[in-house]
Design a protein around this ligand. Structure first.
Ligand SMILES: [Zn+2]
Length: 119
């Protein structure tokens, strides 16, 4: 893979990273201290504790998924740095450019990904 193409993916990945971080920050900051949600919480305070717990679980799940995405992005950036980016981790074949473009954190070629998902 040529340097120019790697640079394109690197900047795309950096941009994804920034977006995921912004989402995580919005979730953390956005939920606490907002006047509306405080008012809502007061209104439904007598309702039940279960609803609040479900909402917390939901928020945690989101963060977990986005943290996983962040790890995948960092891995891809590492692979760009060491020159293994764009090669299938299972069979070593070059992953199709269209696939990488749609999913810059892809680790496997389509055939190996299908096998991995079936396993
Ligand atoms: Zn493969």
């Amino acid at each position: 893979m040529s340097q120019n193409i790697s640079d394109t993916y690197a900047s795309q990945l950096q941009q994804m990273r920034t977006e995921v971080l912004a989402q995580l920050r919005a979730q953390r900051g956005g939920r606490v201290g907002r006047a509306e949600s405080a008012a809502e919480a007061r209104e439904s305070a007598s309702d039940d504790r279960a609803t609040a717990e479900t909402e917390r679980d939901l928020a945690f799940g989101l963060e977990e998924r986005e943290s996983a995405e962040l790890v995948a992005i960092d891995d891809a950036l590492k692979r760009i740095a060491d020159g293994s980016y764009g090669l299938c981790i299972d069979c070593g074949v070059a992953i199709a450019a269209a696939r990488l473009h749609a999913n810059p954190t892809a680790l496997r070629c389509v055939a190996c990904q299908e096998k991995a998902e079936q396993a």
